[in-house]
Design a binder for this molecule. Sequence first.
Ligand SMILES: Cc1ncc(COP(=O)(O)O)c(C=O)c1O
Length: 482
Amino acid sequence: MNRPTASDLPLFSALEQSRNRVGFHMPGHAGGKGFASWFREAAWSFDNTEIDILDNLNDPQGAARRSMEQTAAIFGSAFTWYVPSGSTVGLKTAIGSVVPAGGRLLLSRVAHKSIIHALAELSIEPLFLTDVMRDDGLLPLPLAPIDTAGYEDIDAVIVTSPDYYGRLIDLKPFVRFAESLSIPLIVDAAHGAHLLVDPHLSKKSALAAGADLVIESAHKTLAALTPGSYLHISEKALASGRVNNERVQTILNVYQTSSPSFPIAASLEYAAWSLEKEGRLLHRKRVAEIEQFIASLPESIGAVRGSDRDPLRLVLDLSRTKMTTRRFQAELMHHGIDIEMADFRDLVLIVSLHQDPADFSSLLNAIEAILHLPEDEAKALDEAKTMAALTSDVLLTPPSIVCSMRHALFGDVKRQLVSIEEAEGLISSSVVSPTPPCIPLLWPGEIIEKKHLTLLQNVLPEGRMLSVIVPESVSEDGRHSC
Ligand SMILES: Cc1ncc(COP(=O)(O)O)c(C=O)c1O
């Protein structure tokens, strides 16, 4: 067969082009560099079905079970499920296995969209933690409740740590809170699989802190294929009966494909094994390179740092430059450098344990060149500040749900597509969450306000329509029906 042209195989062609770029983003294998050649060469041929000599990832009894047990021993859990369909499925599985349909879950407004989808699917009532904004990232962080009064009938609590900015919250008060109610604490640690080898933060990682169910996207920070994820169950969770592993398996089988990928599962095994073998050394090297990089940064670029932050999450504060983060990100792209995310103030870069040290020089050269470009107009800079403030406002306010999430997302309602400008006063029929960080700005069933529209006009691609429900009636006390 002749080599196809770009128009024959457009995705293949785009992927081929992406290979020669510098990446400061997931996946953690850094373009395959994290895999030893013997693994890389063999992995594609592992794609197979559950033939007799192989095990079944959804019902592991042989090699897959031994592998998951070995990985559990590395991470210090009682059992670790390989979830080759992402933390999205791991989170839904964790929630579904400890919160009954119609139950109650305590969570932060700032939750990944998979959590909101689980709430909608299972008609789970959300109760909101108090979130607070800090000046080291544009996402709020949750506070643990001071006591259990008023929370007696919740079924579980879920928090995220570390977050997209690499910030860890103190999990101990959440552990105490959950233990005093005898309910499970679930931690969305999608960004934290590598913390095991961080000499300072490993003790503060979710399993070490005493969480019951911990979900880690190995693909984000380790040498694992996308979307390989771990679902860890702690010793304490099983011993206390707060979590039942058979129940976890049952729910995993609800959400996970019946054909889970062996190559991804093999990479989950490889990621844990190689992290244990060489992770500490690689971590030391990368942290030293980051320190050196930060010391060489031009004065106008700030590196956001702190003791409870993942040092491999490089957050660059551009507020002292006269360029918007969006423009800066685009200019980096022109220099062949892709980063994980830009919010309205910071650039967020993920440094892989397997990052090529030369990438830091490329990044520094590009930053210096970009700072010589013409500045952005004051209007654009002011607008970014306004949008940053609006993001906080939206994310610090619990959603005003006027129509049940389940009904809005799955029910027999009349949905229509409208432009963002037309959506004020209507009800969102889905999660609306820019990627990354996949934190919903609108929840299904939420009434759409002016502040949402202004923000969405800025963060969604031009011309994007919203799926909405027109409220059927509004009663005298202002309640909507749908
Ligand atoms: C905080 C958080 N949780 C969960 C997920 C879902 O992870 P996955 O992509 O492995 O499904 C993400 C993905 O970005 C995330 O940022």
